[in-house]
Design a protein. Structure first.
Length: 156
């Protein structure tokens, strides 16, 4: 079998095993805060801020080809009054991680990261923006199962 294929199978088995072990204890190394900041009459910045517990990592939305971790994914629910201006931008110190033993790498954050999405209102009206953040966290010994959090913010 292909060497990369075997590494991926090994890592997937590792993730499944750690998922079962971690279910016995509730570990939540990331605390999220969600805010909307008004920029002008019809433009807002939606900020999704992650405060990451020491020793843990949260993964970037963009990952190298050899990464086998789950990248952070932000999904905004459809709202006919709101348009997204581009994609969420990441602000924080991205770390390029490489495991030479397994031949994998990842783009990750420690301590904190903020995802910023500009949105524009189609009309000057009060509305909400909502969605989900799906992410994975790991420390030096284990990875937790993918977790999904929801948010709902007023745009006034």
């Amino acid at each position: 079998m292909n060497k990369i294929y075997m590494k991926r199978i090994f890592f997937c088995l590792f993730l499944v095993t750690t998922a079962f072990v971690s279910r016995a204890q509730v570990i939540d190394p990331v605390k999220w805060t969600f805010t909307a900041k008004k920029i002008d009459a019809k433009t807002y910045e939606v900020r999704l801020s992650a405060n990451i517990q020491a020793g843990w990592h949260l993964y970037s939305q963009a990952q190298p080809k050899d990464a086998i971790v789950n990248p952070t994914e932000i999904v905004f629910n459809s709202n006919p009054l709101v348009t997204l201006d581009g994609k969420p931008k990441e602000t924080g110190k991205v770390e390029a991680y490489t495991d030479k033993r397994l031949g994998i790498s990842a783009n990750q954050y420690s301590n904190e990261v903020e995802f910023v999405q500009r949105v524009k209102l189609k009309a000057a009206a009060k509305t909400n923006i909502s969605g989900t953040v799906e992410y994975q966290t790991c420390d030096d010994k284990k990875c937790l199962p993918v977790k999904k959090v929801t948010f709902n913010l007023a745009l006034k």
